[in-house]
Design a protein around this ligand. Structure first.
Ligand SMILES: [Zn+2]
Length: 430
């Protein structure tokens, strides 16, 4: 499965493109710009590389397509995807999700993980993802098999989607002898250390464990990505312990905090102070609006309107790199989700008030996500960048988000034949 070795992949397309995702050199001061920040351009590529980006100045020639760079999923769980039907969390609580997740663990095998992983990657490919960071349940008898299968998939898919793997275990496992051994394996695999820090917990113990995990990660040169404060109680408690732990460690590894949901419940002064501390320690945040909206802030007898979600704008204002992820896909944690980055932008417009026509509304899905995932390409289109696009039948953001299901995906200058994704071979045509 390596269709990308085909050479001489050249072509061009005319499309509306967000000017904020064009390199400064390509920002045409004289060209037409819509009030949604889109400009009409002709993008040409040769041998998989963008060779020119030219403005289209004649209104009668304005395009009928809308293009974006291929997008990213900074936080997924492909090992448990599509298990909702068998393990539905019908009450929709965090506790219910955990309970059904553990039930599913009893029947998890390498084969089921492979099927879920392949289905996730195929969907992501068709929908326009170029990289996926997935957390992998790694505490239990199935863990070795899961890693074996997913490392195999990572290798098979490397030309099409970059798959990053995070070992998700109870945080204190990392400081056991077994955990330290596993951590060195994860580091050798190029993975990241994960974990969960959700209240209620013993603050002093949590800080002590975090210090040890940070030291371990630094010894191994291994990044960290934690599920932290996915809660609607004790606002920001986990993040505060992490900040205090970081004050005791000379940290050199990248740290990502996923969720950070309860932080938004802090009084504004405290929230801003904590955001400044996160920025000071160069902690990145992945906000996960969909799963938070489903699981958190529930009210047993009514409709709760206070919905915990990482305070994206305040974090950005403090200088924290914030990405937005889909988290779950039809598993006990969320009945929705389809590895669709356009759908994620649509949901985030509503749930997080992220408007993609604003720079800070689009960056969590594009440049910030690429930076957080430490990808080679920053997602800005310029001469010399990879010819990697999602092309929609639309002329505005509103049309793109409302009619996003039909799309074409360009990978290294080759159009993906989506009808053949799912067969043994992936066919590419020009
Ligand atoms: Zn997650």
């Amino acid at each position: 499965m390596n269709p990308l070795t085909i050479k001489n992949c050249s072509g061009s397309i005319e499309a509306w493109f967000p000017r904020g995702l064009l390199d400064g050199e390509e920002c045409f001061t004289s060209t037409h710009l819509t009030n949604e920040g889109l400009c009409p351009v002709r993008i040409t590529w040769n041998e998989g590389i963008v060779s020119s980006i030219a403005p289209i100045d004649i209104p009668s020639q304005y395009p009928t397509k809308f293009a974006l760079p291929r997008l990213l999923e900074p936080h997924a769980h492909i090992d448990k995807a599509f298990t909702w039907t068998e393990y539905p969390n019908l009450i929709g609580t965090y506790g219910g999700a955990l309970k059904h997740n553990f039930q599913e663990h009893q029947n998890r095998t390498g084969d089921t993980v492979r099927l879920r992983g392949e289905r996730s990657l195929k969907l992501g490919l068709k929908n326009g993802l170029r990289a996926v960071r997935s957390h992998i349940d790694s505490f239990g008898s199935f863990a070795d098999q899961s890693w074996e299968v997913l490392l195999d998939l990572r290798s098979q898919w490397r030309e099409l989607i970059e798959l990053q793997l995070v070992a998700l275990v109870p945080l204190e496992f990392w400081i056991t002898a077994k955990g330290r051994l596993f951590a060195s394996k994860v580091a050798n695999f190029g993975g990241l250390l994960g974990g969960v820090l959700v209240p209620p917990f013993d603050k002093r113990k949590a800080r002590r464990v975090l210090v040890e995990v940070l030291k371990l990660a630094n010894d191994l040169g291994c990044g960290i990505d934690l599920h932290i404060d996915e809660a609607d109680i004790q606002p920001g408690l986990g993040l505060k312990q992490l900040v205090q732990a970081l004050d005791q460690v000379d940290n050199q590894v990248p740290i990502t905090c996923s969720h950070a949901s309860s932080m938004s419940l802090l009084p504004l002064v405290d929230l801003r102070r904590l955001a400044d501390s996160l920025a000071h320690h160069q902690i990145n945040v992945v906000a996960l609006p969909l799963t938070n909206a489903w699981l958190l802030g529930r009210c047993s007898k009514g409709t709760e309107v206070k919905r915990p979600l990482a305070p994206i704008a305040e974090l950005q204002q403090a200088g924290v790199t914030v990405a937005v992820g889909g988290d779950n896909a039809q598993d006990p944690w969320l009945p929705l989700g389809n590895f669709d980055p356009i759908e994620l932008i649509s949901y985030s417009l509503l749930l997080a008030h992220l408007a993609p026509w604003q720079r800070l509304g689009l960056s969590p899905f594009t440049t910030s996500a690429a930076s957080l995932m430490r990808l080679e390409w920053d997602g800005i289109l310029r001469r010399g960048s990879p010819a990697e696009l999602i092309v929609l039948n639309a002329s505005s953001w509103a049309e793109a988000l409302a009619t996003s299901s039909d799309r074409r995906v360009l990978i290294n200058g080759l159009w993906l034949d989506k009808h053949n994704v799912g067969e043994d071979n992936l066919n590419f045509g020009q």
